[in-house]
Design a protein around this ligand. Structure first.
Ligand SMILES: [Zn+2]
Length: 246
């Protein structure tokens, strides 16, 4: 599943279609009116976490890649696209994703301060929101898109390994210093992810995600499906502390 940084990369890759007119729209998405974008100019591409937003003057098309979504720019896959937008000198194709129309202004729909990669990101608000969910394990809190929009499973695993916190720790049991570290590293790791992904070296930099051995302890890593989110969680229960620390 593309995490927030991958959507930032997509936004950069399609920038040349901004201010271009859509001359045809096709696809097998039943949820949207394919006539509606035709003849309209794309005013902007935006993102909120994992949401990719195609902005027109009177509405927005929202793409969410879910678990298996993908895209092609000026290329096609063998499968049918959910949405294909044609321009005079190119095309954008989206596959196996959710496509929806948003009517309200984006500022009414999205809280940009919750997006870890947004210039409006607000760590103090994240802290307040985390403290409202004291019983949630940190492995779920990091995936909560209302708190850390854009953070996905890879970022979750890497952040917790980086700050040496056990994924089953309840948010309310984190010492203040560790809570602040988790908020800070969720952002730092997202920007590292962005750089590494652009260099095609993301996997090479994984320290926890899919790893079998802890580099710090030379002991086997655990792999469990944890939390309400039930996502693959990789951790070392030797050096990642479960708070309260006994
Ligand atoms: Zn370890």
């Amino acid at each position: 599943m593309p995490e927030g940084p991958s959507i930032i990369i997509l936004k950069e890759l399609v920038a040349s279609f901004k201010d271009q007119e859509v001359i045809a729209a096709t696809g097998n998405s039943a949820k949207i009116d394919l006539n509606r974008p035709v003849g309209k100019t794309i005013l902007d591409f935006k993102s909120w976490g994992k949401h990719f937003l195609i902005c027109f003057d009177d509405y927005t098309i929202k793409i969410h890649f879910m678990l298996f979504g993908s895209y092609r720019i000026n290329e096609r896959k063998d499968s049918d696209p959910r949405l294909s937008l044609q321009f005079r000198d190119g095309e954008l194709n989206f596959y196996a994703c959710s496509v929806k129309e948003l009517e309200a202004p984006l500022d009414e729909i999205y809280d940009w301060s919750a997006d870890v990669m947004s210039k409006h990101w607000d760590p103090d608000k994240a802290r307040d929101r985390l403290l409202e969910q004291k019983d949630a394990p940190v492995c779920d809190a990091l995936l909560n898109q209302d708190i850390f929009s854009g953070v996905g499973n890879i970022i979750k695993n890497e952040v917790l390994y980086r700050i040496r916190v056990h994924p089953a720790t309840k948010t309310g049991d984190l010492p203040k210093k560790k809570l602040d570290e988790m908020i800070r590293e969720a952002v730092n790791y997202s920007f590292d992810f962005l750089e590494w992904k652009k260099d095609y070296t993301l996997k090479k930099h994984w320290l926890a995600h899919t790893k079998k051995t802890c580099l710090r302890c030379d002991l086997p890593m655990k792999k469990e499906y944890m939390g309400k989110t039930n996502r693959r969680t990789f951790f070392c229960d030797n050096c990642q502390v479960k708070y309260p620390d006994s």
